[in-house]
Design a protein around this ligand. Structure first.
Ligand code: ARG
Length: 280
C-alpha cells in the first residue's frame, strides 16, 4: 500500500478579519532629504506613478472588504504618505507620534487633528520620540516595540501605561531596517514573520520565546521590503519583488497579493508604511 506523501498536503487556510485603515495620497510625494539609507534626493521620482501605485494598494484593500479612511496630504510634507508613522491605535486609544527627524515633526499635529476630528476620546501626544506603527507592532495581546534608529525606548513605558498591554522591546541593529515594520510584521494574532538579521541576540531570544511558530524571512526577502507587509489574518499584501517570502506565506495558509510600490520605496517605505491600522 502506498502512503500519500505529506509534502503535497495543502496548509489549513487562515481566516481574514475586517480591518480599518487610514492612508494619505502621495499628492506631494518627493525625496528632498535623506533620513534613511534608501533615500537619495539626487534620484528622480515620478509623483504620478507614486499616486497610481498608491491607488492600486487602496483599491486592493477595498476589494478585500476593508474600510479605508484618508487624511489630507500637505505641501512640504512628502513623507506624510507613510501613514503608519503617525500614531498607534489600540482599543480606540491613540498615541500620537513624536518624530525623530525635524523634517517630519510637523506631521504629528496633522494626525492629532485628524483623530480629534474623528471623535476619538483618548488622543495622547507621545512624550518621547516614537514613530507610530513604524516601531510598534501589535501582535496578539502584546505590543512589540522597536528601537535603535528612531523610537526612544522610554516611549515603551508610555505605551504600556496607555494601552494596558505588555510591551516587548526589540533592538534593531541594521540601518537598512531602521523601523521595526521593515523587519517584522504580524500575520495573525498568533503568528508573526521577521528577518532575524535585523535584531540583536537578546531580541531574537524574546521573539523565539513569544512566537515559536514565527515564519522566518531571509535577507533577500527583507531587502525586497517583503517584511513591510499588511495582513488581515488571511490575506497578505506585500511588495511585488518579495516572491520567495510570498511562497513561504502561502505554505502557511495565507493568500498573498502583490502590489508594485517601487516609487514609494525610493523614500524607504512600502505597503505597511502607507497603512495605519485603526483598532477600535
Ligand atoms: N522616508 C520615511 C522615513 O524615513 C519613510 C518612512 C517609512 N515608514 C515606515 N513605517 N517604515 O521616515
Amino acid at each position: 500500500m502506498t502512503v500519500p506523501l505529506a509534502l503535497g498536503t495543502a496548509p489549513a487556510p487562515r481566516s481574514p478579519r475586517h480591518r480599518e485603515y487610514v492612508m494619505c495620497r502621495p499628492d506631494h510625494f518627493e525625496v528632498t532629504y535623506r533620513i534613511n539609507a534608501w533615500m537619495d534626493p539626487a534620484k528622480p521620482t515620478d509623483r504620478a506613478l507614486a499616486v497610481a501605485q498608491w491607488e492600486d494598494l487602496r483599491d486592493l484593500y477595498l476589494r478585500l472588504g476593508h474600510t479605508v479612511h484618508t487624511i489630507e496630504p500637505a505641501t512640504g510634507l512628502p513623507d506624510l504618505v507613510f501613514a503608519a508613522n503617525g500614531a498607534v491605535v489600540i482599543d480606540g486609544k491613540v498615541l500620537i507620534s513624536r518624530y525623530h527627524h525635524p523634517e517630519r515633526r510637523p506631521e504629528a499635529a496633522r494626525w492629532a487633528a485628524w483623530f480629534a476630528e474623528q471623535g476619538y476620546p483618548e488622543v495622547v501626544q507621545a512624550a518621547f520620540i516614537t514613530e507610530g506603527e513604524g516601531d510598534y507592532v501589535p501582535a496578539g495581546g502584546a505590543v512589540l516595540a522597536g528601537s535603535g534608529f528612531r523610537s526612544d525606548p522610554r516611549s515603551q513605558e508610555e505605551a504600556r501605561a496607555l494601552f494596558g498591554r505588555p510591551v516587548f522591546g526589540l533592538r534593531l541593529i541594521d540601518p537598512r531596517f531602521y523601523h521595526l515594520d521593515t523587519a517584522l510584521a504580524a500575520l495573525d494574532d498568533d503568528q508573526i514573520v521577521y528577518y532575524p538579521g535585523a535584531f540583536d541576540a537578546e531580541s531574537l531570544e524574546v521573539l523565539r520565546e513569544l512566537f515559536p511558530n514565527a515564519v522566518l524571512a531571509d535577507e533577500e526577502d527583507a531587502l525586497a521590503f517583503g517584511l513591510n507587509l499588511v495582513s488581515d489574518g488571511g490575506n497578505v499584501i506585500l511588495p511585488e519583488p518579495a516572491t520567495a517570502l510570498a511562497a513561504k506565506l502561502r505554505a502557511h495558509g495565507y493568500r498573498t497579493h502583490h502590489v508594485d510600490l517601487s516609487e514609494l520605496l525610493k523614500a524607504g517605505g512600502s505597503v505597511k508604511c502607507c497603512t495605519l491600522e485603526i483598532r477600535r
